[in-house]
Structure formats: structure tokens, C-alpha cells
Design a protein around this ligand. Structure first.
Ligand code: FAD
Length: 444
């Protein structure tokens, strides 16, 4: 049947993350609608576990699932591997970078976020973001690459080979710093016999006065204590002013020689949001009504990270997997209401709480409407439960995830595979001796 003969309404979904998959699943199996799900990757990636891939605790296949496989049994869903360049709100169509135009009766924009370097000089060129599977694999190769280089030539330690700088004290930065410290203590110390692994330094930098800002004061103390115990050096209340090929400088004058800067310093809307400039608000994200329709663009809806979704107190809901999944499902409900002439309903977010893992054996969770605080194994159980639920929003089988989770908390160690050799390659002659101790802070 040609598209023209097909009487079913056509919904185009841009992005196969939590929001896009949630929306598509909601529409899958219907006989009055067909869906084209477009993603620039042929897989859905489970971002909460990217740092586990970056620190060699999980393989990429553990956190990425084929989008085609997810919808293989849904005859009304077509998955297309393409990058959407622009959206024409009036024509209700999207154009891909290959020039293909795909028009629909409705478009759900669910293209996520991208890292925000806040115009920090050198950050976009030299720092490693952690937002996609590609990012995680590149970072893993760089981490392994500096260990291999220092193992061959110990003098590179003076050039920052074993100094790691994590920028951003939110969940991404905290989880990565904790996992990196575990990797060093448990795996590298055992496997690099000729290397002074005790020379490793892990720095965690944040502009704010505490780590995990949105959590309670007790949580701030807990996370600082756990990371301190793991040997992570914290630089709080200070901005990163520059990232070079071989160093990082901070606003207080500290200069750190390093070949591995991880950027967890913030996110903003991806470029495709710019196609709807009239709807762009804070962070470049799309303003949506409570039913997730994009203001001033009939037939266009947005869900997940890319949308500023109104919260009951007038603020916007946070960029979280559970917000994305639930809002994706709701956007699909609104689309169907519009296509069938039913009344729309507002989106209500069922808040599961906020949580973070701080390396093996430590986690923090604030659950329920009163943000009841949990630490340690019980917080990890809450983390596992919420993330297992997120995963079931995407695929049916999650037993491997749950068994991984239990193993991870107590004992698991992953393979250290150096596969992105370009990221592991370092030009040690570039920026070999940056100006250090500018304000009396000698560093490695
Ligand atoms: C490191 C990290 C850790 C996190 N940890 C947690 C956590 O523990 N718990 C939690 O709840 N949340 C966590 N989050 C946040 C959570 O992952 C996001 O809120 C969620 O993934 C947003 O879902 P989304 O569908 O809106 O976007 P995404 O999951 O980012 O999906 C967007 C999709 O759109 C595709 N895309 C983008 N642009 C285009 C284009 N132009 N054309 C075609 N396709 C495109 C992308 O390839 C991607 O598949 C974490 C995020 C990160 C980065």
C-alpha cells in the first residue's frame, strides 16, 4: 500500500530515547494510526548507565537496544535511521540531513539534549562529554589510553597522564567520579603492575558550594564523605575557566595538568529545537502547554528533555528519564485525542524521587512526596527499582539488568577494552607544560 492509499493517520516521532520510545509504544499496535520513528542511531541508549560503560563496568551492548528489534512486532511502526535537520511546523513535516522530507498529521519532537559547555574556552575541543554511547566509548578509550601511556613511560605522569578532572557536581559528575575511583582502586591497581597507580588524582569541580545541589544538606555531606573516602579531591564554588589539550584552569588560579577532562557541566536543547524558534525558552528548550502541545504550532508536540514541561509550582520539570518516558506516553495520548476529536488532558508527572549512585556500595535516594532520604544498600535498591521500571518502559526483558545491578553493587568488574583508538591517542607534545601554579597551586 502506498502512503497515499494508507488511510491511517501518520505520526512522526523524532528521537528514540525514553520519550520517543514511550510515545511510539503507546501508539504501536493501533490500526488507526501509523508511526515513523526517526533516530540518528539505530539504537535506544540507556543514558543512566553511560558512566558504567565509560569506566569499563558494562559493555555497550548492555545499555543499547536496537530500535528495530523493539518494534519488530508492531506492523504500524516504521523505524528510520536518519538525522532530522529541520521541522516545518506549517507543513507538519521534518527534513533529514539527506534531504528527505517526511510529513505527518502530527509530529512528536523528542530529540533529547546536548552538552552545554557554557562557552568555556577549549571545553568543546578538549573535554569529553558523557551524553551518548559514542561519548562513553570515547571516554573509556581515553581513560585506558592514559593508563597505557603512563605504563610505557612513567615520565608522562608529570604531564598529567594520571590526573582526571570531572567537571560538574550533579549526578553525572558524582557517579562518574565515584566509578572512576572504584576502577582505579579495584582494577587498575591489580592490573598495572609496573605503574604507580597511587599517583592517580581524581578532581571533581563544581561552581556551586555543594555536590548534588537539589538533594538535602545531609545528602551533600554524605556524598562528600563517600567521595572523600574514595580519594576524590573536590573543588567547590569555583568555575572552570579554560580547558587545554594538557591542562585545566580554575577561577581561583588552580591549574591542573591532565589529559582527561570529563564534562558533566550541563545540558541544553539540541540544534533541532532551533527549527521552532518562537517556542524556544530556557536552555533553548521548547515551551509546551500542560498537554505537551508546542505553543503556537498546531500538530506539533514535544516530550522529554527537549521540552520545558510545566510543573505544578510553575517551574519546569527536571531533565530525567522518568519525566521523559511518562511525557512521551502522554504526548501520544494528546496526539490521539486531537486526531480523534477527544478532549485533551493535562500531563501529571508521577515523581519517583531523585537518586544517585556514588560508586560501588554507596548510593543516595530521596523518595516520595516528602523526599524521604535513604543511604547505602537501601538507596541502591530504590535506584535499581526505579531504573528497572524505566527500562521496562523500553523493553520487556530486564532480568539481566537486575542481576547486573545486584552483582555491581557488591562485586562485578568489567572488561577494559580499548576500542576507540583515536580517542586513546594523545599528542603529548601539544600543551606539554602549561603555566602551572599561577596562583601558587602546584599540581602534577
Ligand atoms: C550521563 C547521564 C546520566 C543520567 N542518569 C539518569 C538517572 O540516573 N536517572 C534519570 O532519571 N535520568 C538520568 N539521566 C537523564 C535521562 O537520561 C534523560 O532525561 C533522558 O534520557 C531524556 O530522554 P529523551 O527521550 O528526552 O532524550 P534522549 O534519551 O537523549 O533521546 C533523544 C534521542 O533523540 C535522538 N536525536 C537527537 N537529535 C536527533 C535528530 N536531529 N535527528 C534524529 N534523532 C535525533 C538521539 O539519538 C536520541 O536517541 C541521565 C543523563 C545522562 C546524560
Amino acid at each position: 500500500m502506498s502512503d497515499a492509499e494508507d488511510q491511517r493517520r501518520h505520526v512522526v516521532v523524532v528521537g528514540g530515547g525514553f520519550a520517543g520510545v514511550g510515545a511510539t509504544r503507546r501508539l504501536a499496535g493501533r490500526d488507526d494510526v501509523r508511526v515513523t520513528l526517526i533516530d540518528r542511531n539505530n539504537y535506544h541508549q540507556f543514558q543512566p548507565l553511560l558512566y558504567q560503560v565509560a569506566t569499563s563496568q558494562l559493555a555497550s551492548s548492555d545499555i543499547a537496544y536496537s530500535l528495530r528489534k523493539l518494534f519488530a512486532e508492531d506492523e504500524n511502526v516504521a523505524v528510520k535511521l536518519a538525522e532530522v535537520e529541520t521541522i516545518d511546523a506549517a507543513a507538519r513535516s521534518v527534513t533529514t540531513t539527506d534531504g528527505d522530507v517526511i510529513a505527518g498529521d502530527a509530529i512528536i519532537v523528542a530529540a533529547g539534549s546536548q552538552p552545554n559547555f557554557f562557552r568555556t574556552p577549549g571545553a568543546a575541543e578538549h573535554a569529553f562529554p558523557l551524553y551518548s554511547l559514542d561519548d562513553a566509548l570515547a571516554l573509556r578509550s581515553r581513560i585506558l589510553g592514559v593508563f597505557e601511556a603512563a605504563d610505557r613511560d612513567a615520565s608522562l605522569i608529570d604531564q598529567g597522564a594520571l590526573a582526571f578532572v570531572v567537571v560538574g557536581g550533579g549526578p553525572t559528575g558524582v557517579e562518574l567520579a565515584g566509578a572512576l575511583a572504584d576502577l582505579v582502586a579495584e582494577t587498575m591497581a591489580e592490573e598495572y603492575h609496573d605503574l604507580a597507580v597511587s599517583s592517580v588524582q581524581i578532581h571533581l569541580v563544581d561552581l556551586g558550594p555543594t555536590l548534588l545541589g537539589p538533594f538535602s544538606e545531609d545528602a551533600h555531606e554524605y556524598v562528600a564523605k563517600i567521595l572523600g573516602r574514595k580519594g576524590v579531591r573536590m573543588h567547590l564554588g569555583v568555575a572552570v575557566t579554560e580547558v587545554g589539550a594538557g591542562h585545566v584552569t580554575l577561577a581561583d588560579g588552580t591549574a591542573i595538568r591532565t589529559r582527561c577532562v570529563v564534562w558533566g557541566g550541563g545540558i541544553k536543547a539540541p540544534p533541532v529545537a532551533g527549527a521552532l524558534p518562537d517556542a524556544q525558552g530556557r536552555g533553548g528548550r521548547l515551551a509546551v502547554s500542560s498537554d505537551l502541545s508546542v505553543a503556537g504550532a498546531p500538530g506539533i508536540y514535544a516530550a522529554g528533555d527537549i521540552a520545558n514541561i510545566p510543573a505544578p509550582d510553575g517551574s519546569a520539570l527536571p531533565q530525567l528519564g522518568s519525566v521523559a518516558l511518562q511525557s512521551g506516553v502522554h504526548a501520544a495520548n494528546t496526539v490521539m485525542a486531537d486526531l480523534t476529536g477527544e478532549p485533551r488532558s493535562p500531563f501529571h508527572y508521577h515523581d519517583k524521587g531523585i537518586m544517585a549512585m556514588i560508586g560501588r556500595g554507596a548510593a543516595i535516594a530521596e523518595v516520595g512526596p516528602h523526599r524521604h532520604e535513604l543511604h547505602g544498600a537501601i538507596a541502591f535498591s530504590a535506584w535499581l527499582g526505579v531504573h528497572a521500571q524505566l527500562m521496562t518502559g523500553v523493553r520487556n526483558r530486564i532480568d539481566a539488568f537486575v542481576s547486573w545491578g545486584s552483582d555491581y553493587f557488591s562485586k562485578r568488574r568489567g572488561p577494559q577494552i580499548l576500542d576507540h583508538t583515536d580517542a586513546a591517542e594523545i599528542d603529548w607534545d601539544e600543551d606539554p607544560a602549561p603555566p602551572l601554579a599561577a596562583a601558587g597551586h602546584p599540581q602534577p
